[in-house]
Ligand binder design. Structure first.
Ligand SMILES: C[S@@+](CC[C@H](N)C(=O)[O-])C[C@H]1O[C@@H](n2cnc3c(N)ncnc32)[C@H](O)[C@@H]1O
Length: 242
């Protein structure tokens, strides 16, 4: 399968209005992240429209972001309100930045958008190489749930209302840990499609990739408010150099 880094953003020119697809956790996320590197430097991998990067900059960090989609970067530029968030266009697996960073973070399951184990491991190795000695690498992801799939497919109804519905059709490749998704927004007689592919990673695989990159798990919690980790749903993992 060809991997087009810009495609995700091109298919979502109205990202911030996709309420059903967004996490609404920017204040909790930025408070947690700011606490890991007070007044320091931060880099977001897959910064998108700056949903968390802007509030983090307002908390006094020097924030930059890597983004593969010029369409997403343009949406970020349109939201600027005096905050300084530098955007670098490129593949976040390469983590190309000029100097060492105190905090590198990848949230909203964006890490899963890297298409292969090879690119995911490369990303963590590059992130580790660009962290300061006491720096932190943070991933927000979810524990995969195979029960959602009947055989290798599933259909998930995300939203139902008098004007339409939002349905996700998904195919699962169990060997490659890959899922192909078509999110279909049905409104009246119109359908809008928001496709995506992802490669999920088990928490244990993530820890192993980090270990191979010279990083140890510092903490894993169930959310930004240090909720207990329950081995299901969303979690936040923090890594540091070993
Ligand atoms: C799910 S969105 C999350 C955006 C933002 N982090 C947030 O939490 O709102 C994923 C973002 O990562 C970008 N992206 C996906 N793969 C990428 C890659 N390999 N390199 C750079 N950006 C990528 C997409 O274009 C999109 O902006």
């Amino acid at each position: 399968m060809d991997y087009d880094i810009a495609a995700y953003g091109e298919q979502r020119p109205d990202y911030d209005s996709m309420d059903w697809a967004l996490r609404h956790d920017q204040e909790e996320a930025s408070a947690f992240l700011a606490g890991l590197a007070p007044g320091g430097s931060a880099l977001e991998l897959g910064v998108g429209t700056g949903r968390v990067a802007f509030p983090l900059a307002r908390r006094g960090l020097k924030v930059a972001g890597i983004e593969g989609s010029p369409t997403m970067a343009a949406q970020l530029e349109g939201k600027r309100d005096g905050e300084s968030v530098e955007v670098l266009i490129g593949d976040f697996a390469d983590v190309k930045v000029a100097s060492a960073v105190d905090l590198i973070y990848c949230i909203s399951e964006t890490f899963f958008l890297l298409p292969s184990q090879e690119s995911q491991l490369r990303c963590i190795r590059n992130a580790a190489a660009r962290l300061t000695d006491r720096g932190r690498f943070v991933i927000q992801a979810t524990v995969p749930d195979h029960a959602l799939f009947c055989s290798t497919q599933s259909t998930l109804t995300r939203n139902v209302g008098p004007q339409g519905a939002i349905v996700a059709a998904r195919r699962h490749d169990r060997a490659e840990q890959r899922v192909e998704v078509q999110n279909i927004v049905i409104r009246g007689r119109e359908n809008t499609f928001y496709p995506m592919h992802y490669r999920y990673v088990w928490p244990s695989e993530l820890d192993l990739m980090a270990k191979l990159a010279g990083l140890d798990l510092v903490s894993r919690s169930g959310g930004w408010r240090d909720e207990p980790y329950t081995a299901s749903g969303s979690y936040v993992a923090v890594y540091g150099k070993n």
